[in-house]
Design a protein around this ligand. Structure first.
Ligand code: XMP
Length: 374
């Protein structure tokens, strides 16, 4: 009713409703996001004091129940799990491995858009931690990069990557006999941001790991993490024995480095963003601040700027560094990495990565920006 007043109070505008003549009012806002002051307290009071919830839910219990559910659901069938190398699909695979062991087959599609050494790292972890689970790595870099050539629009990139992933995955799955179920590491924020619970709402970004595959493949869908947030998935991974280093890894989006190269994707640009990212991560580990950050990464901007190296003028790309703190990726604040460390990172990137002569740091929170640049 009083828009100006709401703006002054909250910054963003909640929707308000009034039931005519009854003096009953409602406001719509988001108590669950970490930026809402006292939001958790509001939810706690609602759940515990008003609804008399007993708070008996625990991740250990969830793990036990989910393992039982998976066993019951799969029976003597076979589960196919797409492994991206990230925390989510790995924890989903670990949970299913605990439930049905060798009845699980994992397929990791190397799309050429992964971080430095990522695929090799996944293979290593799988071979040592889940030796009874079959892991197939499919080299599909050429298929992805040729389809992405010349594409600059972020949503088009996502759609292409989603489609090619489905094609490659489908081809690979046809080679495996007896599959009854398809597992995905879909999390709750993916579900909220991609599809509304009640019909269409504004889709913020199309997360390709929700939808697509299930309609095409004749398998039943298994999404054991669908109701969990990232921090819960990490805690669950620890319970299941997934190595600490692996669990603490920053989230990495399905479309990978493709959405961290603004504009056109080329081998050259992939090399620049991959090397810059590797140096950024090395430095965060070296200074002991990697674990304080929700997500950090390098972005290649499709602009060139003038610089000077020795006596010569240079005209090369800009790399932006982004590091944020967050609880669940739904909202985020910039991470205040000390300027001195940022300076060292910048020096290393410019000194070691050919084709870059300027490094910037992104100061924006989410909202209004999103975490990724595309
Ligand atoms: P945004 O950029 O939407 O990111 O603030 C929130 C979280 O989601 C990740 N992200 C994606 N993950 N497919 C994914 O699997 C995607 O298309 C995608 N886009 C963003 C992002 O890295 C962050 O953790």
């Amino acid at each position: 009713r009083d828009r100006q007043r709401w703006r002054r109070l909250g910054g963003s505008l909640p929707a308000c409703i009034e039931i005519d003549g009854h003096e009953i009012y409602g406001v719509q806002f988001h108590p669950e996001v970490s930026h809402t002051e006292h939001g958790e307290h509001i939810l706690q009071r609602f759940a515990v004091e008003i609804c008399k919830g007993e708070g008996t839910w625990s991740l250990e219990q969830l793990a036990r129940e989910t393992i039982e559910d998976i066993r019951r659901e799969v029976g003597d069938g076979k589960v196919l799990c797409g492994l991206s190398g990230g925390v989510d699909s790995t924890v989903a695979a670990a949970l299913i491995a605990k439930a049905i062991g060798p009845q699980l087959v994992c397929v990791c599609v190397d799309n050429g858009l992964m971080r430095h050494n990522e695929v090799a790292g996944v293979e290593k972890i799988f071979n040592s931690e889940f030796p009874d689970v079959e892991l197939r790595v499919v080299n599909a870099q050429e298929a992805f990069l040729s389809e992405l050539a010349g594409v600059t629009d972020p949503e088009t990139k996502r759609k292409i990557i989603g489609r090619v992933f489905i094609e490659v995955f489908e081809r690979e799955s046809n080679k495996i006999t007896g599959v009854t179920h398809l597992a995905q590491g879909t999390l709750y924020p993916d579900v909220i941001e991609s599809v509304s619970v009640r019909g269409p709402s504004s889709v913020i970004k199309s997360h390709h790991n929700v939808g697509g595959l299930p309609e095409l493949l004749p398998f039943k869908l298994l999404e054991p993490l669908r109701m969990l947030f990232k921090d819960e998935v990490r805690a669950l991974g620890a319970i299941l024995g997934v190595p600490h280093d692996f669990i603490r890894r920053h989230p990495f989006p399905g479309p990978g480095l493709a959405i961290r190269i603004l504009g056109d994707i080329t081998e050259e640009r992939l090399r620049i963003v991959r090397e810059s990212d590797r140096i950024f991560m090395e430095m965060l580990h070296e200074h002991g601040i990697y674990d304080d950050i929700w997500q950090a990464f390098a972005v290649l901007l499709p602009v060139k700027t003038v610089g000077v190296m020795g006596d010569a003028r240079t005209y090369e790309f800009v790399v932006a560094l982004r590091a944020v703190t967050s609880r669940d990726g739904m909202t985020a604040d910039r991470s205040d990495i000390p300027m001195e460390i940022l300076g060292k990172i910048s020096n290393r990137i410019i000194g070691e990565v050919r084709g870059v002569n300027r490094v910037t740091y992104d100061l924006t929170s989410k909202p209004p920006a999103t975490i990724e640049w595309e």
